[in-house]
Design a protein around this ligand. Structure first.
Ligand code: HDE
Length: 695
């Protein structure tokens, strides 16, 4: 269930056993093993049939090694594929409880761990570090209230205003679809074609063609959340905010000629620079600044603050520096951490919220989706780099690569298993949980974002009552009996009681029948959120009231044996088929059986063709055969079941002994062969009270 994500340690070569000397070689080095822990004696030679023979399929060591290698790659990010990341921390330098209740901003000096990934946008994972391009600037804060991902860029605006244009923008900037080039660059037809047709891109093009797009170092770039976000404090007061990262080292760019030459001299220029500076203890650092404003300010600007192609000049709205980010630890493993880190703009914590920026709104869909495609499983949040460092747990279960082993049976909510001494699992936190800011971004717009249902949705019982009351008496009895049966299987007594309490709001009689059926006292009725009303009974809700079933599509069994009259059998077959049903012959033996008037083969053998497989049965026997079958369990059961299941039973006079043995009492459903086809598909419900007790 809830679990803490301890710092992950990945042992590449050690046996994953209990550790200790037995799992180490004499020189202290771990044994190399297969993925399943078996020590490998020879990691140099595959198993062959003779020293020059073919490699053997039996060589599981070789096969596992190559198999795993074959699957080492995962899909690269559709954008921002080339990136470099590092661990670090965020420190609050100015507490801002008046703006936000987010835990990481509550106390000066408080730190939270984080992971930051910088990236280019257009190039593939193996492309160079210094093309002219926007740089991604994505930060995952592992706060005590869950992960907050601030997934920004090094440029404060964007090319497009609405997420629906993003696939077009990216298709146009990436290598051209037919040629497969250029790699990692916007200097080509399709990109400029697109932006020339999209005037809203013009502002971003200014930035993208500026020296900001050829940074000297990842450590010397500004970062921006780009969109307008919202903050909410403990009193419920909200404010708009834009996020800015300011590098301690100041900003610096390369010359274009330099960038081009660096691409050849050191394609990993930025990755190396970041790694080496952290390795040498020269930790890159940024200040976090906020532009905070209200609706009045927003309304007074000449542009819309929800438009991601616009910025708010600092001179108009200065930054408030509230914290610092320090990157002080390189990754241990590029793939496990930098490649598998999955940023989600939807990762916000209580105190931080979105705005209606249509670009941001689209991003809220995209990232979760893409991580499933990239990392292959909805459980990507369990990968150590993505897992929260605070306790987390819910009722989401299973899926590929499930790493958690939840105990108990509570995998749904609400549940009352806790009252039974079981682990009922986690519950929602109305006070401290994330709650969406309800006001619309345009505070004059009365529309609210609410997790609610309309008032009339609170009527949960009127139509349950309508359904029950519209049923025929026999159907009501079946329904009550079904509930009695199901609840008799429920071992938790409070659950049975609660259910009966609820049933009292449906129909008092039903509740009483169920309570009687379980031999329980009738509990008080539960209090409905909205009192039920009595609706006009609807016959259309009843199966029985819709009338008797017709023959088409129904199956009829004709039980016969040696000596039966073929003419009688043929007549029943004919009448059933004429009415649209199908007739199947059932006998103790399936091969040729001599009957009066010929030989007949059966479609089914009696023991393997019980009457439950048919809608009605006809029994055509000689007296002698009926006497014989009266001692045959399968035959007696055949008739007994047909009777007990209130089916039509047609029979000739010869069959009477078997009919009697099965305890069949005469009623309108026990008929002569002449009348059989007319009533065959019908169930004779009046009989039911004679054969079983109903609630
Ligand atoms: Fe992204 N973006 N984006 N983006 N973005 C991705 O998610 C997307 C946008 C940004 O280091 C993808 O995990 C849409 C703006 C960064 O792992 C994908 C839209 C900004 C990163 C995606 C945008 C960004 C991504 C690809 C238009 C700056 C790399 C792989 C609505 C504020 C994060 C992935 C990392 C990555 C979608 C626009 C920044 C496909 C649909 C604006 C820094 O989900």
């Amino acid at each position: 269930m809830a679990r803490k994500n301890d710092t992950p340690t990945v042992q590449v070569t050690a046996s994953p056993g209990s550790g200790g000397e037995t799992h180490q070689q004499a020189d202290g080095r771990p044994h190399i093993t297969t993925n399943h822990g078996v020590r490998i004696s020879d990691n140099q030679n595959s198993l062959k049939a003779g020293d020059r023979g073919p490699t053997l399929l039996e060589d599981f060591v070789l096969r596992e090694k190559i198999f795993h290698f074959d699957h080492e790659r995962i899909p690269e990010r559709i954008v921002h594929a080339r990136g470099s990341g590092a661990h670090g921390f965020f420190e609050c330098t100015v507490a801002i409880p008046e703006l936000t209740k987010a835990s990481l901003f509550q106390k000066k000096g408080e730190r939270v761990p984080l992971f930051t990934r910088f990236s280019t946008v257009a190039g593939g994972a193996g492309s160079v570090d210094t093309p002219r391009d926007v740089r991604g600037f994505a930060v995952k804060f592992y706060t005590q209230e869950g992960n907050w991902d601030l997934v920004g860029n090094n440029i404060p605006v964007f090319f497009i205003q609405d997420a629906i244009k993003f696939p077009d923008l990216i298709h146009s900037v990436k290598m051209e679809a037919d040629k497969g080039y250029p790699q990692a660059g916007s200097a080509h037809d399709t990109f400029w074609d697109f932006v020339s047709l999209m005037p809203e891109s013009t502002h971003m093009v200014m930035w993208a063609m500026s020296d900001r797009a050829i940074p000297r170092s990842l450590r010397m770039m500004e970062g921006f959340g780009v969109h307008t976000f919202q903050m909410i404090n403990a009193k419920g007061e909200t404010t708009f905010v834009k996020f800015h990262w300011r590098p301690k080292l100041g900003m610096q760019s390369t010359c274009w000629d330099e960038a081009v030459k660096i691409a050849g001299a050191d394609p990993d220029f930025h990755r190396r620079d970041l790694f080496e500076s952290i390795e040498s203890g020269d930790f890159p650092e940024w200040e976090l600044g906020l532009q905070v404003f209200d609706e009045e300010f927003a309304a007074a600007q000449s542009y819309d603050v929800l438009d991601a192609t616009k910025l708010i000049p600092e001179e108009v709205l200065p930054l408030r520096i509230v914290g610092r980010m320090v990157l002080d630890r390189n990754v241990d493993n590029f793939f496990a951490e930098t490649e598998q880190v999955a940023f989600l703009p939807t990762n916000v914590v209580p105190g931080i919220d979105f705005s209606n920026d249509p670009l941001l709104q689209g991003r809220l869909f995209s990232y979760l989706d893409t991580q499933k495609s990239r990392l292959g499983t909805t459980n990507f949040h369990q990968i150590p780099i993505n897992a929260p460092k605070c306790p987390f747990g819910n009722f989401q279960r299973d899926g590929m690569m499930q790493m958690m082993v939840p105990k108990g049976r509570a995998n749904y909510e609400p549940n009352s298993l806790g009252a039974n001494g079981e682990d009922g699992g986690p519950r929602e936190s109305p006070k401290t949980g994330f709650a969406t800011i309800t006001t619309n971004d345009d505070r004059n717009d009365p529309t609210q974002k609410l997790r609610v249902r309309g008032a009339l949705f609170a009527d949960h019982y009127s139509q349950a009552r309508l359904f029950f009351r519209s049923q025929a008496p026999i159907e009501q009895a079946h329904l009550a009996s079904a509930i009695v049966f199901e609840l008799s299987k429920v071992a938790l007594e409070p659950v049975r009681l609660r259910m009966i309490s609820n049933l009292r709001n449906v129909d008092e009689g039903l509740a009483k029948r169920v309570a009687d059926g379980l031999a329980m006292d009738l509990p008080a009725a539960s209090k409905p959120a909205k009192a039920p009303i009595d609706m006009e009974v609807s016959d259309a809700l009843s199966i029985v009231k819709k009338g008797d079933p017709a023959m088409p599509g129904r199956k009829v069994a004709i039980l016969f044996d040696e000596g039966s009259d073929k003419a009688e059998i043929d007549a029943v077959v004919k009448s059933v088929e004429a009415a649209g049903g199908s007739a199947l012959l059932i006998a103790p033996k399936v091969g040729g059986i001599s009957v009066k008037g010929g030989t007949l083969k059966a479609d089914g053998q009696l023991a393997g063709s019980p009457s439950v497989l048919f809608d009605a049965v006809a029994i055509i026997l000689t007296k002698a055969a009926a006497a014989k079958l009266s001692k045959e369990g399968a035959a007696v059961q055949f008739v007994m079941d047909a009777y007990g299941h209130v089916k039509t039973i047609g029979h000739n006079t010869g069959a009477q002994a078997l009919i009697d043995k099965a305890g069949v009492e005469p009623d309108e459903g026990v008929v002569s062969l002449a009348d059989f086809a007319k009533v065959a598909p019908k169930r004779h419900w009046d009989r039911e009270s004679k054969v079983r007790t109903l609630a």
